[in-house]
Design a protein around this ligand. Sequence first.
Ligand SMILES: Cc1ncc(COP(=O)(O)O)c(C=O)c1O
Length: 380
Amino acid sequence: MKNPVYLDYNATTPVDPEVVKEMIPYIESYYGNPSSSYSIGRSNKEAIEKARQQVAGLINCKPEEIYFTSCATESNNLAIQGIALANSKKGRHIITSAIEHPAVTEVCKYLGSQGFEITFLPVDQYGRVDPGHVKNAIRPDTILVTIMHANNEIGTIQPIHEIGVIAREKKIIFHTDASQSVGKIETDVNKLGVDLLTIAGHKLYAPKGIGALYIRKGTLIESLMHGAGQEKGIRPGTENVIHTVGLGKACEIAVRDFKQNQQNMKVSRDRLIEGLVSRLGDKVHINSNLENCLPNTLSVAFENVSAHALASVISSDVLISTGSACHSGETTISSVFQAMNLDFRTAAATVRISTGKNSTKEEIDFAIEVLINAINKLLL
Ligand SMILES: Cc1ncc(COP(=O)(O)O)c(C=O)c1O
């Protein structure tokens, strides 16, 4: 077994070898500026437009509705601040949830400090937003609803379609951060009923440093940066051709291999659950509702075992992450677990294990043995 076994695919993914192959000519040879009118410029412009089509193919939108950015954080900032700036005359109220990634929460808090009013909706014990709460929170001055598609820590999938119906009925712009869901579950913007959708390249086997934002045609948005007009002036700056080509290829592969990848992530995750539950019984507490969860994600607490100690003890063999932060001996529970009202002991004992499209049976069986050995030792 090649160590350590990586089971933290919600943190990031390796770059797919097919993606690397596609990018290499753009690193080695094709250096033209896409805005230049001579051939080495034009061919890079064409490469960007091909990538735009590939990304659009994954989320079922028009290529011209895709804008390339540097990461999901930038896409979320552009979506939320851009909508706020462009629509502030209509109103200054934004609705979001209590379990968003900081790349949404912190943007909302910033806007809160700039005269906008933010409603943070509560979630149930599995981290799910109630569409009825969205409906009740809408006011005449509401300009934006931003709710993530799937949660990074527990994998909970939000009722985006139902919320989309409400937003459309009330004519309110609807953004979803789909950083964790793209490539794992269906993310068709029309079925979801969203106006903006965030994509993160490095969660999808493309490199770090590239993201995209889907903006439905006709959505009123302002740019946060001003410059030479690339990406129709919404995200100016000379394009990152190399990484854009990589994201395009990653999206093409995600469409091509969708069923197989989804199946493998789920089979691997379920094998892990089966192995742990059959050996540890009721010492295993699964935080997610597996009926409504990303196929690759397992948020699990092992009774009386510190998540930090566990993740650290096994880190030369298996890589996983924890849902709490530990600084100078003090454990702080993540805002997601606080919003779910997860008790402190369970939260401090929770680890996140996330499988990938190429996770193998051997890796999972090895991880089960490593986890069980470490848990038994830590329980002594
Ligand atoms: C749901 C979600 N949104 C946004 C981000 C931010 O992604 P990035 O750091 O690539 O900008 C992450 C990263 O973990 C995420 O899981």
